[in-house]
Design a protein around this ligand. Structure first.
Ligand code: SF4
Ligand code: ZN
Length: 301
């Protein structure tokens, strides 16, 4: 427990007066993130967002009852945002629609795009300085390897805590648990009274993503040679820090363009952002245009 708390305090990537938005799913990692941040930061400067994807049997409102209770006790602002209320459809409806049209997109792709959008949107709308997520060391190393295997250098670098957001409309993302093993988080959660009732998302086995395969592989390696994941993260941090500090890379510094439909930042060369493009592919109305309002939030101008 001490190592978990010490790592987070030492490595925290936000200032004392920053307003933090914690993105919590309701699982053990979320529990540990909220527990520790509420101990080291002023609860009045903390908000929580929890997103309901709309997957039958998973992350129903009943699964997040502890978040509702704990935030109420601590006096922390809570935003519960269903996909349905944000974009007009549940994840299940989007997946069924894609199947009907014969479009081969993994549910995790829809889910990831929408969750990132909603987190950023709420952070801008309510003037938070950072979004904190509960990704742990295992998650972080999976992402590093996946980016390497795809040859995606921009994302590889962008993952590092010292990288700057590519748009003034992206709120800084912080992962305080990135140096903590999943088993350490489980132990902390258990020791502090978390009631384990985790149900795996039914889509996790639907179309095993590269990440799911890497997860299995890395577990095996770590089991045989304990400490491997932490060594990999240390190597990654050192490498990227050196590249950034020595300016050894020609790194994009130009502000990203905005999607002509919703106003969100999007990659260079795209016609629309990924979310608008997915909805257009599914022949669904792009009706979450409220994004224009938070995008003009003065705090992030
Ligand atoms: Fe979303 Fe995929 Fe995770 Fe399920 S497994 S919650 S669909 S990202
Ligand atoms: Zn868009």
């Amino acid at each position: 427990m001490n190592r978990v708390t010490a790592e987070i305090t030492r490595n925290n990537m936000f200032n004392e007066n920053d307003r933090l938005l914690l993105a919590l799913s309701g699982g053990k990692d979320s529990y540990v993130l909220l527990d520790i941040i509420a101990r080291i930061h002023d609860p009045k400067l903390i908000g929580v967002i929890t997103i309901i994807e709309g997957i039958p049997g998973y992350n129903r409102v009943s699964n997040i009852s502890w978040i509702i209770e704990k935030t109420r006790k601590l006096g922390i602002e809570l935003h519960v945002v269903p996909f349905k209320s944000y974009v007009g459809y549940t994840l299940e409806e989007l997946v069924l629609r894609a199947r009907e049209l014969g479009i081969n997109v993994s549910p995790c792709t829809f889910c990831g795009i929408l969750r990132r959008r909603i987190m950023n949107h709420y952070a801008l709308m309510y003037g938070y300085d950072c979004v904190l997520t509960a990704h742990n060391l295992d998650d972080e190393v999976q992402t590093i390897l996946a980016d390497l295997m795809r040859g995606d250098l921009a994302r590889f670098i962008q993952l590092h805590p010292l990288s700057k957001p590519l748009s003034k409309y992206f709120v800084k993302r912080v992962k305080p648990l990135r140096r903590i093993y999943e088993y350490e988080i489980t132990a902390y959660a258990y020791a502090t009274g978390f009631e384990f009732q985790e149900v795996d998302c039914p889509y996790i086995t639907h179309a095993p993503t590269l990440r799911a395969k890497l997860r299995e592989y890395l577990h095996e390696i770590e089991g045989r040679s304990p400490g491997t994941l932490l060594k990999m993260l240390n190597w990654y941090d050192k490498t990227v820090r050196t590249l950034l500090e020595n300016k050894a890379l020609t790194y994009p510094t130009k502000e990203l363009p905005q999607c002509p439909l919703c106003g969100s930042p999007m990659a260079f060369g795209r016609r629309y952002c990924m979310l608008c493009e997915l909805l257009l592919k599914l022949k669904l109305p792009v009706k979450y245009l409220g994004t224009r309002k938070p995008l003009s939030s003065p705090k992030h101008q």
